[in-house]
Design a protein around this ligand. Structure first.
Ligand SMILES: Nc1ncnc2c1ncn2[C@@H]1O[C@H](COP(=O)(O)OP(=O)(O)OP(=O)(O)O)[C@@H](O)[C@H]1O
Length: 312
């Protein structure tokens, strides 16, 4: 378990992390989300004792990380996959880490197999792709068989198979009862992987809730997709009920904030045939953008506005 209490980090004029309080529970994958510069990496570094908090505390297995007798056996982390001696082979890197931390050398082969590094483990890290570096970083995190794992953007640089592999890996680690904190920019992946979400913006907590709660809560929208051969009378009938209707590119209608039942009843009253009727929920991406909208400092403009940075 990870316990974060009033955690704050000030870098000069920048308050990177601002009074954060949350727990990361065992047996679950907790997704850690926030716009660029929100303070996710700084929080993870403080949890791992790599950065000193300005105020507050972060405990791993009940203690500050720096005071743990066997840190790698308690918590493993992938923070910066580039932070490996380039002249060593992956296997040697793992052997050095194992020796330094009193971990039996047989664990090296175990984790090389677990992350699928295979024969590449004997090659120098200098020649590794970003994906292979990620796998090596994850192997290092798993070396001490720790109960707590922190992964900062582990899917970076991985192809689709690699992303699927990470999804299965973190699921398996959580199912074994481990505590897993995972940051990622890939919302669709997060939606499929995380059980719980901690969302921050400008260093502050925005949401700390289960995936279901986030998807049902503020910012989440229910909409109904309807396909009809006579859209015009149906749009008229729905608008008379003060329902918001938008045509989609593929010729369907999207009706906001209502149920399939209501749309079906309105269609029947209007004497309009319906060929398809389905309730859809917002994606995590939509909910996330809604929740973090105010905390994004800069957002790239979307067409038709000119490309560039737009201050919100
Ligand atoms: N060592 C440092 N010195 C000064 N400012 C820093 C330092 N590290 C981070 N910051 C600032 O703190 C804020 C939070 O950065 P952090 O890297 O924790 O965000 P993040 O959520 O991990 O972002 P990203 O998703 O882009 O990695 C940013 O404004 C960043 O510029």
């Amino acid at each position: 378990m990870i316990q974060v209490r009033g955690l704050t980090k000030q870098y000069g004029a920048v308050r990177a992390v601002d009074d954060l309080t949350f727990d990361v529970q065992p047996g679950k994958v907790t997704g850690f989300l926030g716009p660029n510069g929100a303070g996710k990496s700084t929080t993870m570094r403080m949890v791992l004792g790599l950065d000193r908090p300005t105020a507050g505390s972060a405990l791993v297995a009940g203690r500050p990380f720096a005071t743990l007798a066997e840190p790698l056996r308690t918590a493993g982390a992938l923070l910066d996959a580039g932070a490996v001696h380039p002249g060593r082979s992956g296997r040697d890197h793992l052997r050095v880490a194992a020796r330094t931390h009193g971990i039996p050398l047989r664990r090296v082969d175990d984790v090389v197999d677990q992350v699928g590094l295979g024969p590449a483990a004997r090659r120098r890290v200098r020649g590794y792709s970003l994906g292979m570096r990620q796998r090596l970083g994850i192997a290092t995190a798993l070396l001490g068989d720790p109960a707590v794992l922190l992964f900062d953007e582990p899917m970076n640089g991985l192809d689709l198979d690699g992303v699927r592999w990470i999804r299965r890996l973190v699921r398996g680690l959580a199912d074994e009862g481990r505590t897993v904190l995972l940051s990622s920019h890939l919302m669709s992946e997060m939606e499929q992987t995380a059980d719980h979400l901690v969302i921050i913006g400008r260093g502050r907590l925005i949401a700390d809730a289960s995936m279901q709660e986030v998807m049902r809560g503020e910012g989440a929208q229910r909409q109904v997709r309807v396909r009809t051969p006579s859209p015009e009378p149906l749009v008229g009938a729905l608008r008379r009920r003060r329902l918001q209707v938008h045509p989609t590119e593929d010729g369907d209608l999207l009706v906001e904030g209502t149920t399939a039942e209501t749309v079906g009843d309105v269609a029947l009253e209007a004497g309009v045939a319906v060929h398809r009727l389905a309730e859809e929920h917002s994606s995590l991406e939509q909910v996330y953008l809604d929740l973090t909208g105010d905390s994004v400092q800069y957002r790239v403009a979307v067409a038709p506005e000119p490309a560039g940075l737009v201050q919100r």
